[in-house]
Design a protein around this ligand. Sequence first.
Ligand code: DGL
Length: 268
Amino acid sequence: MNNSAPIGIFDSGVGGLTVAHAVSDLLPEEQLVYFGDSAHLPYGDKSAATIQAYSIKICDVLLEKGCKLILIACNSASAAAYELIKAYVGSKAKVLNVIDPVVDHVAKNYTSKKVGLIGTKQTVGSGVYEYQIKVKDPSIKVQSLATPLLVPMIEEGFHNDNISEAIISEYLNHSILNEVNGLILGCTHYPLIKDSIESFYQNKVEVIDSSRIVAAALKLYLEDLNLLSSAREQENEFIVSDITPSFEKASELFFGSKIKLNQHILWE
Ligand code: DGL
């Protein structure tokens, strides 16, 4: 496997750019190929079978680009399609998801404690976080709540205002999240409202931002396999399956700076 080959990162849309941004910050020498399936979002309300079918098509694109590793940046796709993607990709590339590094972080730091999880209906309904955390440390109690209004709220630009504060506190006041010691942000979009969530908890609860944890885990993984790139040979590439002015605007919001989106239609 070639160290200078790109890292493929995919998501249901432009939200996964929060993960791509964390990766490019930590590993600036890596070339990234990002694929956002904006034609088919949201994944969070779709069935596992549909998400699996889209994910395989995306992996074909990333493999054609010669990616050494595919990082599933989307929590919903990580929950629904990780095992299938690993089997499909085989030895052609390494595959990582956004859930395992967070599970490891929680297992290491929350023995005998209570952790909350917020995410899409797909991620929460899959039970994958609870299951994997229980396997690693049965003393940890995981309490999950689907928070489907948060993705459209963030995409429509509502953060750090009265509307977002009201929706966030309505969800976080739910009894299921009572007295948690930490809260997992189980969705690509939520790093954008991390500050509001920390303020809700008056900074007394760790708000677990998966984008940073995943970037750190990716770095360690590549180091262990001796697969880190020493110099980026080409520019990062950002591909979407549907392009509109609002995706372009949102991409800037999620990546933190202006990027150029190229379109690749997934279905002929
Ligand atoms: N990327 C999705 C996730 O992390 C959120 C947006 C969607 O539902 O497609 O679960």
